[in-house]
Design a protein around this ligand. Structure first.
Ligand SMILES: Cc1cc2nc3c(=O)[nH]c(=O)nc-3n(C[C@H](O)[C@H](O)[C@H](O)COP(=O)(O)OP(=O)(O)OC[C@H]3O[C@@H](n4cnc5c(N)ncnc54)[C@H](O)[C@@H]3O)c2cc1C
Length: 349
């Protein structure tokens, strides 16, 4: 269950977060941290709640019920934490792990480029050159969320003479230029911006993986599973909006259909994450991500159609406009629905 103080705060500030109001956007990470959102699915010996990744997904889904801006920031932070747990468990202090769990320091994941690289869609956009004791990085990150103005660390992929590498790069390093927030149509409080890296030096400890093509499929189930939380929360909220009113059988049938499909996909998602099957059988995970994206579009359309003209009247729309724009993010976040469908058709061929 989501902490009730956080639920109240999110309900009050969902529109301000979407619009990117500065004070609220700055406070978001700490609000999430105080409610233990980032401790979900983290073992107790590392300061977590000792529950599972399923709990982390369900918690972020509950956040998405109120605000996808907050849920996407939660995804960034929790996914970054997952990178540390899988690859850097013996050096967590060096990465300010306690502050990450508390939401006092931001962790960002700039691995869209890497995920697209893994699927053969685009080359890596940062180059790493070996130097004494570490590497020198040059290149650009075009979009990354949770670039908190007070500072952050970001996971990135680079090419290099020894192949694709992954690094964790702190933003205070000389040569790291965080650009102004991007002018998004929604989710403006997510601190999403580009960065240009010019001769940024990173150490051996900051190497997350020296074999990105091996590491990425291993981390992908958590990366994608946590991302599915955005869809889950949005679907549940739109259905809740519909169920709150009396409707014809046609609407009720559609509600029942979406609920049943959601349940089916969640069962498959949680079973696959628990068994570890998605590491070698990514196909089923891709199908779930696509199905949840399509159900999100179905649910928001049902909210619109069943509410009718009121959704078009500002005094009565009850968050619909925000949810419509939030839902537009679901199919395009990497790996996008188009990308996954292309991969599935390749696998079938
Ligand atoms: C609000 C917001 C926050 C974001 N936050 C982050 C973040 O935290 N970290 C991060 O790394 N990225 C982030 N991104 C970037 C995002 O995940 C995408 O990488 C970005 O939208 C640009 O990539 P694209 O795939 O849409 O663009 P394009 O490469 O122009 O592709 C357009 C569409 O075609 C598909 N496509 C491209 N090439 C092929 C092909 N050969 N075969 C099949 N399909 C193809 C793409 O998947 C996409 O659907 C964010 C984006 C937004 C909008």
């Amino acid at each position: 269950m989501l902490n009730s103080a956080l639920a109240v705060w999110l309900e009050q500030h969902a529109e301000a977060l979407n619009a990117g109001e500065a004070d609220v956007s700055l406070a978001l990470l700490q609000q999430l941290g105080q409610a233990d959102v980032f401790r979900q699915g983290v073992p107790e010996q590392f300061g977590g709640l000792g529950n599972t990744l399923k709990d982390a997904i369900e918690t972020i889904a509950e956040v998405a019920d109120y605000s996808v801006t907050a849920a996407f920031v939660s995804w960034s932070q929790r996914t970054y934490i997952e990178y540390l747990l899988t690859a850097k468990a013996d050096t967590l202090d060096e990465f300010r792990f306690d502050e990450l769990l508390a939401g006092k320091y931001a962790g960002a994941t700039g691995l869209s480029n890497a995920m697209k690289f893994l699927s053969g869609l685009e080359p890596l956009q940062i180059h790493a050159e070996a130097v004494d004791g570490g590497w020198k990085l040059n290149g650009e990150l075009p979009w990354v969320t949770n670039f908190h103005p007070d500072g952050f660390s970001v996971a990135i992929a680079t090419d290099s003479a020894q192949g694709p590498l992954l690094f964790l790069v702190p933003s205070h390093r000389s040569g790291f230029d965080r650009r102004p927030n991007l002018d998004l149509i929604a989710l403006k409080g997510s601190s999403t911006a580009a960065a240009i890296l010019t001769d940024v030096i990173v150490s051996q400890t900051e190497l997350l993986s020296d074999d990105a093509t091996q590491y990425l499929p291993v981390i992908r189930p958590a990366f994608l599973g946590l991302q599915c939380a955005l869809s889950i929360g949005l679907i549940k909220r739109s259905l809740q909006q519909v169920i709150a009113k009396k409707h014809s059988n046609v609407v009720n049938d559609q509600v029942a259909y979406i609920q049943q499909q959601l349940e089916k996909n969640l069962t498959a998602l949680f079973a696959g994450l628990e068994s570890g099957q998605f590491v070698i059988q990514a196909r089923c995970l891709f199908e779930i991500r696509i199905a949840l994206s399509e159900l999100t579009q179905h649910a928001i359309q049902l909210e619109l159609c069943s509410t009718g003209g009121k959704c078009y009247l500002t005094p009565y729309e009850d968050g619909f406009t925000r949810r419509l724009k939030e839902s537009a993010f679901i199919p395009i976040v990497t790996p996008s629905v188009l990308q996954l469908k292309t991969e599935l058709s390749r696998l079938s061929a």
